[in-house]
Each structure stands twice: as structure tokens, then as C-alpha cells.
Design a protein around this ligand. Structure first.
Ligand code: DGL
Length: 279
């Protein structure tokens, strides 16, 4: 086997602070059904969104290192907070590794809005990040769209717990003022939020708002991964008799992550408990 063949066979690493990355993983599996995947849910350290930037950066780097040690040929940072805080550091640390990040979809939202007002739902850490604010300023300058930033403190915790009433109550609190202010487009700027899209739609409907567009960049992130793997000649071809594998790791309970895989995307991969870095 040539070395390039064994690299083609290496897995793609995908990580998030918890379950949010599953909203990206489902697009990756759809677009790249032959790739082996390793998913990390850093649930023991979640949420990332209320922690200082350097803490999120160090932790993200530790998780990336874990994935590299497991032979990852590329990494998807399936977390807006980790991308805003750490993607530059990760690219500096692993300059030869294709790394795909996820950022709130401000550009597609600016193209969609008719009222010129776009609500952005994300973690506090994402919305305070210099990289995010630069992006916001650029797109505002280029398009004139106005972005109403809504930090969603506590929402990731409720989603992680599967607390549907708590999730709905917080969404009501965060989404309604954006609609009242005239937003007709909402950016789901945290990968956990597409997992509760039906509840977001319910909240919008019960506020009496119509034709509100929701922007989720999961599909575009998977497309970017396809492009990078293709450009690096890293794609794994269909291999008869050797189906794509998915292994999952968590810094909390394997049983809880297994249950989440099952209920959110209907699959049952092997889940292992692990520690990442010092924390
Ligand atoms: N899914 C992460 C994101 O996209 C959530 C971060 C958190 O743990 O607070 O931002």
C-alpha cells in the first residue's frame, strides 16, 4: 500500500463542545459517505461559549491534537465558538493539515434579508470574538445589512440536557425581540441550534411572524471539506467490503452520547470516553 493510499484511508476528525457538531456531521456523512470519521464531543468541558477566548483556544488545540494522534487527515471544527477563538492557532500549529471551520452565515443572510435586518443567534464568546466582529463589519459595509446580535446564554446547556421546555423558554426569550425589531432572517450561529430548528420555527410561528429565513451553514461546511480533500487528493474511494467507520469520543458519559447519536441522527456508533489535554 502506498503512503498516499494509507492517507486516503485515514479518518476525518470532527469536533464540538458537545452535540452541536452532529448538525455538521450529518451533512459530512451525506456528502462523503465513504470517509472514515472520528467525532469528538467535549461535553465534559462544555459549554465553550461562556469561557474566555484563550481557554477555548487551548482546549480546542488539545482536542485537535487528540484527533491528529488518531491519524486525522483533516479536521472539521464543527463549533462556531472554537472556530472564532482557535482556528488561526490550529492552522499555525498544524500548517499541513486541512482544517475547515464554521462561522455564522452572515453573508448568505445578507443576501436573503428583505427587511435589511438580520438576527444572529450565537454564544457570547462567538459574538465577542474579533474574527466575528471583523466579518460583521465587512459584510455590513459591503451590503448595508444590519446585524442584531443575540447572545444565547444557557441555551447550549438546555440542548445538551435535552430539556425541551427549557430550550423553548430560552428561544422565546432570545428570538422574540429580534422579530419585534424587524429581523426577517435569523442566523443559527452555533452548531447546536440546527438541532432544535423545529422549536425555533414554532417560536417564530407563535410570535405571528411569517417568512422568516433560518441560515445554517452545515451543508456549506461539508462542501468546503469535500473541496479541500479533493484538492489535497485525500478523498477515500468507495471500498467494497470496507464500509466507512465512525468512532466517537466524549469527555463525559459514553451512554449519553450514544443516546444522542441515536435520537438525533439515528445511528449507533462505538462511543469511547477519553480525556483531552489537561482538563
Ligand atoms: N456548538 C458550539 C458553537 O457552535 C457551542 C459552543 C458552546 O459550547 O457554548 O458555538
Amino acid at each position: 500500500m502506498s503512503s498516499s493510499t494509507s492517507l486516503n484511508d485515514a479518518p476525518v476528525g470532527i469536533f464540538d463542545s458537545g452535540l452541536g457538531g452532529l448538525s455538521i456531521l450529518r451533512h459530512v456523512r451525506a456528502q462523503l459517505p465513504h470517509e472514515h470519521l472520528v467525532y469528538v464531543a467535549d461535553t465534559g468541558f462544555a459549554p465553550y461559549g461562556d469561557k474566555p477566548e484563550h481557554v477555548v483556544a487551548e482546549r480546542s488545540l488539545a482536542v485537535a491534537r487528540f484527533l491528529v494522534e488518531r491519524g486525522a487527515k483533516a479536521i472539521v471544527v464543527a463549533c462556531n465558538t472554537a472556530t472564532i477563538s482557535a482556528v488561526r492557532l490550529m492552522r499555525d500549529t498544524f500548517p499541513d493539515l486541512p482544517i475547515v471551520g464554521v462561522e455564522p452565515g452572515l453573508k448568505p443572510a445578507a443576501a436573503l434579508t428583505r427587511s435589511g435586518k438580520v438576527g444572529v443567534l450565537a454564544t457570547e464568546r462567538t459574538l465577542a470574538g474579533a474574527k466575528f466582529l471583523q466579518l460583521r463589519d465587512q459584510i455590513t459595509q459591503a451590503t448595508g445589512a444590519q446585524f442584531l446580535l443575540q447572545p444565547c446564554r444557557g441555551l447550549v446547556d438546555k440542548i445538551e440536557l435535552g430539556d425541551t421546555d427549557g430550550t423553548r423558554a430560552l428561544l422565546q426569550r432570545y428570538v422574540t425581540p429580534l422579530l419585534d425589531a424587524g429581523a426577517d432572517t435569523l442566523v443559527l450561529g452555533c452548531t447546536h441550534y440546527p438541532l432544535v430548528q423545529a422549536t425555533i420555527e414554532d417560536v417564530i410561528a407563535s410570535a405571528g411572524a411569517r417568512d422568516v429565513a433560518l441560515v445554517d451553514t452545515g451543508e456549506a461546511v461539508a462542501r468546503q471539506l469535500v473541496r479541500l480533500l479533493d484538492a489535497g487528493r485525500l478523498l477515500r474511494p468507495a471500498t467494497p467490503g470496507v464500509p466507512a467507520r465512525l468512532d466517537a469520543y466524549t469527555s463525559a458519559s459514553a451512554t449519553a452520547l450514544s443516546a444522542a447519536f441515536n435520537s438525533l441522527i439515528g445511528i449507533d456508533p462505538p462511543v469511547h470516553e477519553a480525556t483531552f489535554g489537561a482538563g
